[in-house]
Design a protein around this ligand. Structure first.
Ligand SMILES: [Zn+2]
Length: 125
């Protein structure tokens, strides 16, 4: 029986979006805004495996680009406002959407990495 058998399987999406430990769903996964905690404060899972890399930024760019650009295009086609209106509305919206999505997406990617045991390739010894 491994240590992971003591914990029921958790949804990587629910735990990741909430920023919780992917094994026990109790401890915090992230400290600060985007830093991964060294270990779970509840179950002691070592988070050294966590390396989301550029994944969250890529997905945030794709999703935020779709949302904000779509809204900007719709606004332009529907109301034809002057350019300063676009800047006043969509520049802050870009920041809010990007920063708002970064932390949950990092949590989901780290939780999926834990769930799928993804990591660097290694040879059996
Ligand atoms: Zn935990």
């Amino acid at each position: 029986m491994s240590l992971n058998d003591e914990y029921p399987p958790q949804s990587p999406y629910a735990t990741g979006l909430a920023g919780l430990c992917p094994r026990c769903a109790q401890g915090k996964l992230l400290t600060g805004f985007l830093n991964v905690a060294p270990r779970c404060e509840s179950c002691g899972l070592d988070f050294n495996f966590a390396d989301a890399g550029d994944g969250p930024a890529v997905f945030v760019t794709l999703f935020a680009g779709f949302i904000v650009l779509g809204m900007a295009l719709w606004t332009e086609l529907k109301y034809e406002p002057p350019m300063w209106v676009h800047l006043v509305i969509f520049l802050p919206m870009t920041l809010i959407v990007c920063l708002g999505m970064l932390r949950p997406l990092k949590g989901v990617l780290v939780a999926l990495q834990y769930r799928n045991r993804a990591g660097q390739g290694r040879l059996d010894s």
